[in-house]
Design a protein around this ligand. Sequence first.
Ligand code: UT7
Length: 324
Amino acid sequence: MYFSKIVSTGAYVPEKIVTNDDLSKIVDTNDEWIVSRSGIKNRHFSEDENTSVLASKAAKEILKKINKDPKEIELIVVATVSGDYTTPSVACLVQAEIGAENALAFDVGAACSGFIFGLSVADKFIKTGVYSNAIVIGAEVLSKYLDFEDRGTCVLFADGAAGVYIERSEKGGILGEELGSDGGKGMSLTGGHSQVVNAFNGQKKEGKDFFLKMDGRVIFDFATRKAPKSITALLENAGITKDEIDFVLPHQANSRIVEVVSRKLKIPMDKFYMNMHEYGNTSSASIPIALNEMMEKGLIKEGNKMVMCGFGAGLTWGSMLVEF
Ligand code: UT7
């Protein structure tokens, strides 16, 4: 059996930065509330670039760093819940844009756990010897789903894309995972059309049906219960102690969630990486954006062990143990 090693990372976020003060001009909120409840100060919103544009720019960055010919890429998985179209997939659009004509390309939709789910799927193709490499990207333009009259959501979510190139390896790389779903609580975070509207059923589209809606308390409770349990199970199954972990990279939803997870796990906060203050919650893209930032800062050294943990809509969660 093979392992999948992370060889390169890359990211792209839209240029436009929107501050908490900018939002307070269009919705009844303020910087103090947003920072104290979520840790978010700024976020990037796309002006005209859709999800596949962000994802393609991230993919080009990933490949440029290792001077890799796109034609050698065997698999492209894009984790997203905000694709440009219902079809084609973002992954197919990326394939065309970067010229990865020999790759299999498809999307995975698991919201804020999406990058971990996508990496898990790609890892299986590599572990079983089907492919020897893959690009896995998390990409979202969530601003197009935001209701800028709903202060409970529009201050939290944002746009961005990032990902990794993984390659077959004899050791190291992805060492373990713990993934799960709880569809029973799915309606506490929804987006997109729920109505069946067609020419023959007499239904009319409702204006706000399209937007993200969230019961923040339910998600907060879920994340602070599930993430510690999932990480504990992951480490137990891998036979690794908390002390052997160099970094925990959580989904960048909310600094208060991360503080509770740190306290429950008794893993000190200085092992947790956070950058939601600059990017907001970019769902599938949040973990790889942070990972790329850590790489570019030179924080991660060969042999370091990291736990990545995503949680959110579905509801879904996923933890993964990676050795660099
Ligand atoms: O990727 C996973 C995605 N989701 C999450 O990570 C969200 C998890 N949940 C949370 O982080 C928190 O529940 C929130 C940050 C969303 C909200 O914090 P909270 O402490 O649970 O606040 P709340 O929803 O209970 O609202 C408290 C008050 C309410 O006012 P009243 O009813 O007490 O007068 C809200 O109307 O805060 C008000 N409020 C705001 N005030 C200023 C809600 N949003 C805002 C806002 N600015 N943006």
